[in-house]
Design a protein around this ligand. Structure first.
Ligand SMILES: [Zn+2]
Ligand SMILES: [Zn+2]
Length: 112
């Protein structure tokens, strides 16, 4: 009988909740739904304890809604900055973002 794999990689001691510092945090993908796989591939992820994870995931409180938006803006800005550092124009970088995620979260950015 094949031994069931232990998914210990999901809960590591050194992985701490970025809000409260508790260890064994879970990794949360910042862009949901069809962009979850993109989030994993691109590293659009944050580490959260089960309680903060639940609150962010449910997106029901004002705090969670603000934090979700803040993290999505953070990773969008970072993605665009990296593309521009690599030589892309602002327009090309924004286009690459829209091709990947399909939605703009930042007020200062105007996709075509
Ligand atoms: Zn926490
Ligand atoms: Zn999650």
């Amino acid at each position: 009988m094949a031994k069931k794999l232990y998914n210990g990689w999901k809960h590591k001691l050194e992985r701490v909740c970025l809000y409260c510092g508790r260890p064994y945090a879970e990794r949360h993908e910042v862009f949901p739904g069809s962009n979850r796989q993109n989030s994993i591939r691109q590293g659009f992820q944050i580490d959260l304890c089960p309680e903060h994870h639940r609150e962010i995931q449910e997106n029901c409180t004002k705090w969670a809604q603000e934090e979700n938006l803040r993290w999505r803006q953070h990773f969008e800005r970072e993605f665009i900055e990296k593309k521009m550092d690599a030589g892309a124009s602002m327009q090309q970088a924004v286009r690459a973002w829209m091709a990947l995620i399909g939605r703009n979260y930042c007020d200062e950015i105007t996709p075509e």
